[in-house]
Design a protein around this ligand. Structure first.
Ligand SMILES: Cc1ncc(C[n+]2csc(CCOP(=O)(O)OP(=O)(O)O)c2C)c(N)n1
Ligand SMILES: [Mg+2]
Length: 740
């Protein structure tokens, strides 16, 4: 635990007189605790003043939560354990070693704010050197990440070689540290226990006996909503008590001695490998929810006075006096020193350099590894592939399906990089692995069999099934990747990606940008997408890629053939950014676009379109399953009307190949954008807008689009055909455009 000043030390004779400890806390530690708690409260007070003076722009306090925070800092190990705190954890962060100056830099939004460089609101803690991982504003989105963090720590202690640095891929830029008996601490408020992700996290931590301390700081309110409205029966401890493998504590979190004892027991349970712990700390919230809230609107004075009597700061002060640990002079001395330190810190923070406006694009993506670069441009080596786990060695030249080559790429990369782990629904060959060992069953390996054989070859700690919970998959993967693992996870159907949307929109792609490059979570999410299935209907046919290309920080790929899938997937796995890898289900086993195995190092850079066929009369820009349909239409129009179509397959949707588009449109002067998703607000709208904006003078005809109808995809094939863009629709649009 770190404090910034030397405390009034007890003299030798005083120490002899007072060998007494308080649940293991020495008198000196209690003095330290008081200094930290008082510092925390006074920073809140200073920020409130600065906000009223309009020198800072937001304030949310840790007031009333200080005792639990400082107890956690004392019970855990700074720079050793991992921390996913929430905004009330100011005292925890001070206890771990963060300084008032650093916190006030955050309040000002200074360039040197260690949490975010002025990008996040104050109290959104991130301290790289202290293993305090960047947190966000959505309540509860940190909890699954904490679970993934704990899983990564365990994985590295079981696979220490995986932690080694390697050149030429993301590992070069990701230092891994781990401790065999480390703990991950995650905290949240009482209201946040209503979020589904909270329950998903407890479930997995319990099931996998993970060393996670869940600390619920229950101040009885979530803004104005009281705990009995959030939590059935009004007490979260009662509801969670059935989870196996947990150590449970329910305590008065305004008493640092009680809180310390509980957190020590929790830590002992976790460190021993027995499983997670749940600490339910009853605290108070004396300063309203935030400075934007006035709790007098919904809490009567009687209730507020009752809370005030439990205020942890005066309570600890009284305790120190009563126990004779400090006298009034000692208390005064600490308080004077703290006031002076905060004054100096505030003066410095207010004078600190502010971020430059032109820095806004820094760290949207990795500054170290550019997946569009020539380093990811390699030639296929069409030699015989490695033997598969079952000893089969496919013929060198045999064309393979997209499904085959994705499976082969995953296998190659898992052999090459021990940091890769795979999980998702049904991705394992067989969770009850003894069935496979006893040769009772062959194993499944994905509903589309894309991960087939990987668990059998690489083991159940590298390839395993997740619960049926998409946020669980993405949230845990994000936490793992923050620690240096490379999760390559699967979302079984694009139609069911939505439970993970909070993680996908507010967490994963922002880890780097919001922490000003202190943290990052490069990983791959493979998603089976798309229709043309004859019976796929509404919930097994969806596209919707533009929703994800709209998210800065997320790379989005959509290959149309086996070779591109292999090359782009390998780049995705080796790169240093989070990647959404969209695999069209209809293309998995299609005859179109098969290719021989291109070797274990074949890569395609992101952002490079492929000219499927060159042409001179008009350009068709497309990707995914529309590529073979557009090709069919292009060949027909060439045959029947001598119209020469240049067909571009974008392959990579973010980044996309603007140069290829511009070159082609300048040549043909006519352009059609075709995509499988419903027409309005789709991916093609952005491309069309850019062409209109930047290539206007090169156009001889309006920019056209062909896409699905603005409906969902229906089950009956007659309806499906009418809804999804067909070769005949493309043909008609090409003809109109050529004749314009
Ligand atoms: C997902 C989400 N929904 C709503 C909000 C707005 N919000 C911020 S804090 C908060 C209340 C949180 O209450 P609790 O979990 O009890 O924590 P406390 O603030 O009381 O410590 C709400 C509703 C949010 N930040 N995130
Ligand atoms: Mg609360």
């Amino acid at each position: 635990m770190a404090t910034t000043k030397v405390d009034p030390k007890l003299s030798e004779s005083e120490l002899k007189k007072k060998p007494k400890t308080y649940q293991g806390l020495t008198s000196q530690q209690l003095i330290d605790a008081y200094r930290i708690m008082f510092t925390s409260r006074r920073i809140d007070d200073r920020e409130i003043l600065l906000k009223r003076q309009q020198k800072i722009f937001f304030q949310i306090s840790g007031a009333g939560h200080e005792a639990t925070g400082v107890a956690a800092a004392f019970a855990l190990k700074a720079r050793y354990d991992w921390f996913y705190p929430y905004y009330r954890d100011r005292a925890l962060c001070l206890g771990l070693g963060a300084t008032p100056y650093e916190m006030l830099l955050g309040a000002v939004g200074a360039a040197d704010d260690p949490s975010s460089g002025g990008r996040q609101m104050p109290s959104h803690w991130a301290f790289e050197a202290l293993n305090v991982v960047t947190q966000s504003s959505p309540t509860g989105s940190q909890i699954l990440q904490a679970v993934g963090c704990a899983e990564a720590g365990r994985y590295f202690s079981q696979h220490p070689n995986a932690a080694r640095k390697a050149e030429g891929d993301y590992r070069q830029f990701k230092d891994v540290q781990f401790q065999g008996d480390e703990i991950t601490y995650v905290s949240l408020g009482d209201g946040t226990t209503s979020e589904g992700e909270f329950w998903e996290a407890l479930n997995t931590a319990s099931n996998r006996r993970l060393p996670v301390i869940f600390c619920v700081q229950d101040n009885e309110y979530a803004i104005s909503v009281p705990v009995e409205v959030q939590t059935a029966g009004g007490n979260i401890s009662r509801l969670v008590s059935g989870f196996p493998n947990f150590h449970f504590e329910e305590i008065d979190g305004t008493d640092p001695v009680i809180a310390y004892a509980a957190l020590r027991r929790a830590a002992d349970h976790c460190r021993s490998g027995s499983g997670p712990a749940f600490v339910h700390a009853h605290v108070i919230r004396p300063y309203s929810h935030s400075l934007s809230d006035d709790e007098r609107l919904y809490r009567p004075d009687t209730e507020r006075q009752r809370d005030a009597a439990r205020d942890p700061v005066p309570r600890l002060q009284m305790f120190l006096l009563r126990e004779g640990i400090l006298d009034e002079r000692g208390i005064n001395q600490i308080e004077t020193e703290v006031e002076a330190e905060i004054q100096a810190a505030a003066d410095r923070a207010l004078a600190a350099a502010l971020p430059q406006p032109d820095s806004i694009y820094h760290f949207v993506y990795s500054p170290d590894l550019d997946p569009t670069s020539a380093a990811f441009d390699t030639h296929p080596a069409f030699a015989a592939p490695e033997a598969t786990a079952d000893g089969k060695r496919p013929a060198a030249s045999a064309p393979k399906t997209m499904a085959d080559l994705i499976n082969a790429t995953l296998r190659d990369e898992m052999r090459r990089d021990e940091r890769i782990v795979m999980f998702g629904e049904d991705v394992a060959d067989c969770s009850r692995e003894e069935y496979v060992k006893q040769k009772l069953v062959k194993g499944k390996g994905g509903v589309f069999k894309l991960t087939s054989g990987l668990q059998n070859e690489f083991g159940s700690d590298r390839v395993f099934n997740s619960p049926l919970a998409e946020a669980n998959i993405v949230g845990r993967a994000t936490g793992m990747a923050t620690r240096g693992l490379k999760p390559v996870v699967e979302i079984q159907f694009f139609d069911y990606i939505w439970p993970a949307m909070m993680q996908l929109r507010d967490e994963l792609p922002l880890m780097r940008w919001r922490s000003n490059n202190a943290f990052s979570s490069p990983l791959v999410i493979r998603v089976a997408i798309g229709g043309y299935l004859t019976g796929g209907a509404i919930y097994h046919s969806q596209c919707g890629e533009s929703i994800f290309t709209h998210i800065p920080g997320l790379r989005v790929l959509f290959p149309s053939n086996a070779l591109d899938a292999a090359g782009l997937l390998r780049t995705a796995i080796r790169c240093d950014d989070p990647v959404l890898f969209l695999e069209h289900k209809r293309l998995y086993r299609e005859t179109f676009g098969r290719a021989p195995y291109p070797g274990p190092d074949y890569m395609i850079p992101f952002g490079k379109a492929k000219v499927v066929q060159p042409g001179t009369d008009l350009t068709v820009i497309t990707y995914g399953a529309v590529v073979p349909r557009a090709l069919q239409a292009a060949q027909k129009i060439e045959r029947e009307h001598r119209v020469s179509v240049e067909l571009l397959d974008l392959r990579s949707l973010n980044p996309f190949d603007w140069d290829a588009i511009a070159t082609s449109v300048k040549k043909t002067n006519r352009v059609l954008i075709a995509y499988e998703d419903s027409l309005s607000w789709g991916y093609g709208a952005e491309i069309a807008a850019r062409i209109a904006d930047q290539l206007f003078h090169h156009l001889d005809a309006p920019v056209k689009r062909v896409a699905a109808t603005d409906t969902f995809v229906a089950y009956q094939p007659i309806l499906e055909n009418a809804i999804l863009p067909q070769a005949s629709d493309l043909f008609r649009a090409m003809k109109e455009l050529a004749e314009f």
